[in-house]
Design a protein around this ligand. Structure first.
Ligand code: MLT
Length: 247
């Protein structure tokens, strides 16, 4: 699904949803959990997060996220995956809100299984999906607009889940088209003498949100978000507890 708005929440009931916000919420959640954060609790609204924080012991708790790509006033961390190092987040609980990524997670909450996907956890993610039949790839998009970076990440996932010896999956048109975009990126990489990570980093610089991040000084995030298997965890969202944990 190219945008949460394109699919009703009830369509996820009983299925598995991979929530994809390549730049940068999915990548940041993967890095936080790979660095040893105990859990990430996603919020749609900044005010709801602040209210939840008020009632909690601030020891061992970090507030993270962005609006307009930048750290929110009074928060400990922004939404750069680079900030979520073991020194900062190990054993910490993180309350987290981003403009689109945490909203997409919330949209998927009726599914039987909700996981976070991106390039950073591609191999581990694909492995964890091998028995999932009713599989949805949900792109977060950017402020209601389809975003190429999420389609490329969805394409990489579709490519990997269909490009091995598991029983063939049928892709819907959107997933097939995303897979085609990823295949095209691989072809471009080959003819330019780059690997897929390098080519993706180049392509991300041309996306509207990639350009915004470069302008905000987050250029190095693009290469990190393009790096396959840099945070080999599968973040799983338990809608009942409201928490995302590594499985
Ligand atoms: C989002 O959730 O909209 C993004 O992660 C924004 C960002 O890159 O900080």
């Amino acid at each position: 699904h190219y945008l949460p708005q394109f699919v009703a929440e009830h369509d996820f009931v009983g299925g598995t949803v991979v929530v994809i916000d390549l730049l940068r919420a999915s990548t940041t959640i993967c890095h936080a959990l790979a660095a040893g954060a105990r859990e990430v609790t996603p919020f749609v609204e900044v005010d709801d997060l602040r209210r939840a924080a008020e009632g909690q012991d601030r020891c061992g708790l970090l507030l993270g996220g962005e609006r307009g790509g930048e750290r929110i006033d009074g928060f400990d961390l922004g939404n750069s995956p680079r900030d979520y190092t073991a020194e900062v987040v190990f054993d910490k609980r993180i309350l987290f809100t981003t403009s689109n990524g945490t909203r997409a997670l919330h949209h998927a909450r009726l599914a039987a299984k909700v996981v976070v996907g991106c390039l950073a956890n591609l191999s581990a993610l694909v492995e964890s999906l091998s028995h999932d039949v009713d599989l949805h790839l949900l792109c977060a998009g950017t402020n209601g607009h389809v975003s190429r970076e999420d389609i490329l990440a969805a394409g990489a996932i579709a490519y990997e889940v269909t490009n091995n010896d598991r029983p063939a999956r049928r892709l819907n048109d959107a997933a097939e088209s995303a897979r085609g975009e990823w295949q095209e990126l691989l072809n471009t990489a080959r003819s330019a003498g780059r690997n897929a990570d390098e080519q993706l980093a180049v392509d991300l610089r041309d996306t509207p949100h990639g350009k915004t991040l470069v302008n905000l000084g987050f250029e190095s995030d693009l290469a990190l978000c393009a790096t396959r298997d840099s945070a080999a965890v599968v973040p799983s969202y338990d809608a009942r507890s409201g928490k995302v944990r590594a499985v």
